[in-house]
Write a protein that binds this ligand. Structure first.
Ligand code: MRU
Length: 346
């Protein structure tokens, strides 16, 4: 298996696989500066919570390289502005804010260094964020594999694979692990309207690795669950509150309701960097609303009447009571979630 690199920093440029174009076109998007990174996150050239965080960290590195010739005070002032722009590129995935905070801490804790030395530290930190995420995903995959039967069918939503992370993936990482450890698994991948991350990206990753699978329209899931065709549901997360409420791609909540009715295990797979220790419940999670064009058009082709209004939230919140467990790199968090999540706080 050749490892897919959705995010690569070389020769002082950030290269991202352009996820707007997959699977029809495989092309790298080059970010020359932090504004390009902000654009790439906002326009979903790069997407998926951990991937957004890692890309943003390199956005901070590019900003540092741009301002390296300034005196220390104006360097810090410019860096703060760049960080707050990157921080706002998308509102729901907490990994973005987590990564920016971590990068800002490098600046605040190294005030004694000169600007050039700070730049070197920042680049090292971004590299660490990227590398740690791959390690985290592999650890998570091992824990997650325990909930996958030796022979069985998994349902997943959105894209949580190598494209959505620094590599390997979260929910799709568990699926990869199950497949590579010889389990006889079959995967149903939700198409994931409106941006079709399942149809375009998960299907692409599944095909690349020959994992037995079928793509379904989102509305097929309930029938498969009722007909006992699904053994376990694995999804990712964009932000997890202290009580376990989880924001993830729109449609996840609906899936969790059906899973609960029919008693199918429903697991969140996410690194601890996706936990927001500052919020008590999912009510505190800002849900991004995206352009109506994502619903009115497929590609550049309009598919609904010109004057139709659209409501297009990109995420929803699955209440903790619908979640069987939260698979992290530190193990599987069981209920009561709040008590067990707090134990993970460093
Ligand atoms: O809008 P997206 O494509 O960035 O949303 C992605 C998701 O909702 C994923 O499920 C989540 O970020 C976990 S990715 C490992």
């Amino acid at each position: 298996m050749q490892e897919l690199k959705a995010i690569e920093f070389k020769n002082n440029k950030l290269y991202l696989i352009d996820q707007r174009k997959l699977p029809l076109i495989y092309k790298k998007f080059k970010c020359n500066n932090y504004m390009d990174v902000e654009f790439a996150i906002r326009e979903m050239v790069v997407r998926g919570a951990p991937a957004i965080g890692a890309a943003a960290a390199y956005g901070v590195v590019l900003a540092a390289k741009e301002f390296v010739n300034k005196d220390k005070n104006s360097f810090i002032e410019n860096m703060n502005q760049a960080c707050s722009l990157l921080n706002k590129a998308r509102p729901t995935a907490v990994n973005l804010m987590w990564a920016i905070k971590r990068m800002k801490e490098i600046i605040t804790s190294n005030q004694d260094l000169n600007v050039e030395e700070m730049c070197i530290k920042l680049e090292k930190e971004a590299d660490r964020i990227l590398m740690d995420d791959i390690e985290t995903n592999k650890a998570m995959a091992k824990h997650g594999n325990k909930v996958v039967p030796n022979e069985g069918t998994i349902l997943t939503h959105c894209n949580t694979g190598a494209l959505a992370t620094a590599g390997y993936g979260t929910a799709l990482g568990v699926i990869r692990e199950a497949h590579y450890t010889g389990k006889n698994i079959f995967v149903y991948a939700d198409e994931t309207r409106p941006r079709l991350q399942g149809g375009r990206l998960t299907a692409w990753e599944l095909r690349q690795e020959n994992i037995p699978s079928k793509l379904i329209a989102d509305s097929v899931a309930a029938t498969l669950i009722r007909d006992k065709k699904i053994d376990v549901i694995l999804v990712g997360a964009d932000r997890i509150a202290l009580n376990g409420d989880t924001a993830n791609k729109i449609g996840t909540f609906m899936l969790s309701v059906v899973a609960k009715v029919y008693g199918i295990p429903f697991y969140i797979v996410a690194p601890t960097t996706t936990i927001d220790f500052d919020i008590e419940t999912g009510e505190d999670i800002e849900i991004e609303e995206r352009s109506s064009k994502e619903v009115t058009h497929i590609g550049e082709t309009r598919i609904v009447p010109e004057d139709m209004n659209v409501y297009n939230p990109a995420f929803d919140v699955t209440p903790n009571e619908n979640i069987t467990g939260i698979i992290t790199e530190k193990g599987i968090i069981q209920k009561p979630f709040k008590e067990n999540i707090l134990k993970l706080k460093k």
